[in-house]
Design a binder for this molecule. Structure first.
Ligand SMILES: Cc1cc2nc3c(=O)[nH]c(=O)nc-3n(C[C@H](O)[C@H](O)[C@H](O)COP(=O)(O)OP(=O)(O)OC[C@H]3O[C@@H](n4cnc5c(N)ncnc54)[C@H](O)[C@@H]3O)c2cc1C
Ligand code: SF4
Length: 444
């Protein structure tokens, strides 16, 4: 039984190198060469596949002609977090998956990297391409300063409204600041994007203010002309097992947050690490703890590779970083010694003839200094209570195609509403909601 957890398993320089860019930024020459590969398709399938409807051939054509800031403007017009999305979007399942170059050359145009190239260029030039419309006299409350809330706030501010964003944490940005993998969001990229969004004016952020604690929904509805809710996922799922609170057992999202905020060489890292889950969070956790110097990292998922929430590309990133992925096994027991994690026992799983996933009764044990639980996040509806509440569906806030909830003056978007849990879809939800709020404020 082992309990080998310590800081600084690798020297700081090695850690720094391990957490360097996943993709090296394109040079000017590479960007021009890559943009020249685009066929500027009519009815471009890449644009169809983009959740924020960016005119992809349009921005690539601008890069090809040397109008890089114009390209950035085309991107940001539809997706104000186009810079983050250029780094973290699962492009292999969205725009790049459907690029026609996959057929002719077996390699798509690297749309994500071009998007990042253009928006980095604009940020580095210090250009603010957006202006606020004349003040409308309307005030809107946004709850949550994540991608959904900030996207909504920016579009509303552009349309001339005044926005107050209430955020429970100390810093805005949501999971862009606290959740996305450190090797995808280097330096102060998330904060730089937030500063760019706020630069338009008309948006006041109140940090350290929580819905359900400092105020309730009824109060916001009384004091503002409309409300947008972008709470994200505010709770994590538990295994429901004995010893889940032992030393050495962590919620992956909590540890990832520490990775994003603290000096990497000061973090506790186990020699043998187990991660439970099959989504992005599990992959990001496994990859980052390996990059911090864990000797063995085993990610265990109860179903097969095809059913993982993490894309095939993300699975490959994990494997090329030395993470062992084991499938068809579920946690059975957490074994401890003196209240310290020692091992995790798993039971093999299989599908029954009726298609049910069941345990086979056979088990195996993995010694572990650290166990990270990444079995999913959820919405805790407690902050919404205390007055008339929006209707829910499958544990999330029910919205129509305009992101409007069952309450006529309340909209919602991002992870707290149904749909894919991605930065890009949260940004789109916020944008759609803002346009709908604007319509409501102007025409009722
Ligand atoms: C570990 C991890 C890795 C991920 N990796 C990727 C990736 O590579 N690519 C990708 O596209 N997506 C990724 N995602 C998903 C993506 O981060 C989310 O889909 C996106 O951030 C959702 O945006 P949001 O605004 O809905 O929620 P959030 O980003 O969670 O923001 C919600 C905000 O609301 C605040 N808040 C919560 N409760 C209250 C309250 N009561 N009062 C006031 N404020 C409150 C929170 O503090 C937070 O700032 C990842 C998620 C995780 C957890
Ligand atoms: S599908 Fe590919 S080639 Fe066609 S416009 Fe989009 S990026 Fe260009």
């Amino acid at each position: 039984m082992s309990t080998d957890i310590r800081c600084g398993r690798l020297d700081p320089e090695e850690i720094r190198q391990n957490f360097s860019e996943l993709h090296t930024p394109l040079t000017e020459l590479q960007a021009i060469q890559e943009s020249a590969r685009c066929l500027f398709c009519h009815d471009a399938p890449c644009t169809e596949a983009c959740p924020t409807d960016i005119d992809i051939p349009g921005f690539i054509r601008k890069i090809a002609s040397g109008n890089v800031n114009g390209a950035a403007r085309t991107i940001l017009d539809e997706n104000i977090m186009g810079n983050t999305c250029g780094n973290v979007c699962p492009v292999e399942e969205l725009c790049e998956q459907v690029c026609v170059k996959n057929t002719s050359e077996e390699k798509p145009v690297v749309i994500g990297q071009l998007q990042r190239y253009a928006t980095d260029h604009l940020f580095n030039c210090g250009i603010q391409p957006f202006k606020r419309a004349a003040h409308s006299g309307k005030n809107i409350a946004v709850v949550g300063a994540g991608p959904a809330g900030l996207s909504c706030a920016h579009r509303l501010a552009m349309l001339g409204h005044t926005v107050t964003v209430y955020e429970s944490r100390d810093e805005p940005g949501g999971l862009n600041e606290y959740g996305l993998a450190a090797y995808k969001m280097l330096d102060d990229r998330a904060a730089r994007e937030v500063a760019f969004i706020l630069d338009i004016g008309g948006i006041n952020i109140e940090t350290g203010k929580s819905l359900g604690e400092d105020f309730d929904l009824a109060e916001l509805r009384r004091n503002y002309d409309a409300v947008f809710i972008g709470l994200g996922h505010n709770t994590v799922k538990a295994l429901g097992m004995d010893n889940e609170d032992s030393d050495g057992v962590y919620n992956a999202v909590d540890f990832i947050e520490i990775i994003r905020q603290e000096d990497l060489s000061t973090l506790p890292v186990g020699r043998q690490v187990v991660v439970i889950g099959g989504g992005n969070t599990a992959i990001d956790m496994a990859v980052q703890i390996k990059k911090l110097g864990a000797e063995t990292v085993t990610m265990v998922y109860r179903r097969g590779f095809d059913e993982m929430g993490a894309t095939e590309y993300e699975q490959q990133v994990a494997q090329t970083n030395g993470v062992l992925i084991r499938t068809y096994a579920q946690p059975h027991r957490i074994l401890t010694q003196d209240d310290q994690l020692a091992a995790v026992e798993f039971e093999y799983t299989k599908y029954s003839s009726s298609g049910q996933l069941t345990g086979t009764g056979e088990t195996f044990e993995l010694s572990a200094d650290q166990l990270f639980k990444a079995i999913g996040q959820a919405l805790d509806v407690a902050p919404l209570q205390g007055g008339e509440e929006p209707e829910l569906i499958h544990g999330r806030i029910k919205v129509d195609e305009h992101q409007r909830t069952s309450l006529p003056d309340v909209w919602a978007g991002g992870d707290c509403t149904p749909g894919m849990d991605l930065t890009v879809t949260a940004v789109q939800d916020g944008k759609i909601a803002a346009l709908s709020i604007n319509e409501y404020l102007n025409h009722g």
